[in-house]
Design a protein around this ligand. Sequence first.
Ligand code: PMP
Ligand code: GLN
Length: 391
Amino acid sequence: LNRRLAEFGTTIFAEMSALAVRTGAINLGQGFPDTDGPEEVREAAVRALRDGRGNQYPPGPGVPELRTAVAGHQRRHYGLSYDPDREVLITAGATEAIAAALLALVEPGDEVIALEPYYDSYAAAIALAGGTRVPVTLRPGEGRFVLDLDELRAAVTPRTRLLLLNTPHNPTGTVLTREELTAIAELAVERNLLVVTDEVYEHLVFTDDATPAHLPLASFPGMRERTVTIGSAGKTFSFTGWKVGWVTSTPDLVTAVRSAKQYLTFVASGPFQYAVAEALALPDAYFTDLREDLRAKRDLLAAGLTAAGFDVYRPAGTYFITTDIRSLGESRSHGGDGFAFCRALPERAGVVAVPNAVFYDHRQEGAPFVRFAFCKRTEVLTDAVERLKSL
Ligand code: PMP
Ligand code: GLN
């Protein structure tokens, strides 16, 4: 393994899912739904396969039907206009979009600012691009993990090339507020930064008085021309195995990302692209139902974890709950060591979770936090909650 990748072993998701299979524990670790997305979308994939659409290499930027559907989605939900031919790129999941964006836009030695804890592929993609990651830590406060805007501002140096953002945020469930996004946008404009924004959980925002529907960073003043926005059918339609993602940005930035993408996978898988094009046109009720179903599951798991003794950070978005295990007490929390806790949890309670420490450079900051996924059937969550009570 070369020096760029030396610090990266097996991803925590593979490790924890293997542990779940080995122990027969309920897997609330890796974030994938245990029911598939809409029947009609699966049928659309079958039809595409049967009719020979996409069985041979699709066009590099993605099939026109899907690019048009992605542009239509950005217009319908956010009032953002993108030209399907020049400003949309289809990728092999958001993961490839992230890697291709960083490989295309970062020079070796450039600094990339990422919110910590960060989704694990960010660190590896920055490393592959030869960049230096500069984490800005979200810290617990007011019942959520909060971005310190002064720290963000202070992290920008003359070497900063881009901000790598994620809202709604995995693993904390934080949804950046309009005020926070405004401040980030002003900073990006003032310091002339590019922003790559991972918005794969855009439809998993549990709107209430304090939380409006998803606010794409590209919709803020001065941002459309400097923002690369990333979405994914894995999250929005519950098809994580299909690996269809997309990028929307300016023609220049999309061309740059495509230059890297074409040598990573060349193109994303064909038939699924046609099916996702149909999915993006589903009526508003689909998106509302997805969100409301997950809201109920969030509430169920949050209540269960609280009853079991965890300190719960109730997420405003995503399908993850971050907890602080220290409230369980010294011995039940393995001294507040999330790693040790998660390694022992399958044997102790028959449940798998993920230690947030793996998403930190400052491991100590993340040590006591543990993430549980709630994109599971209600009976599975109920069972998990019962098991956790006996911890
Ligand atoms: N970004 C974030 C924040 C995620 O949680 C995930 C899913 N694990 C991805 C990107 C990757 O998405 P995809 O499966 O489409 O590659
Ligand atoms: N995004 C999912 C998570 O955060 C899983 C990603 C993966 O397995 N690579 O759990």
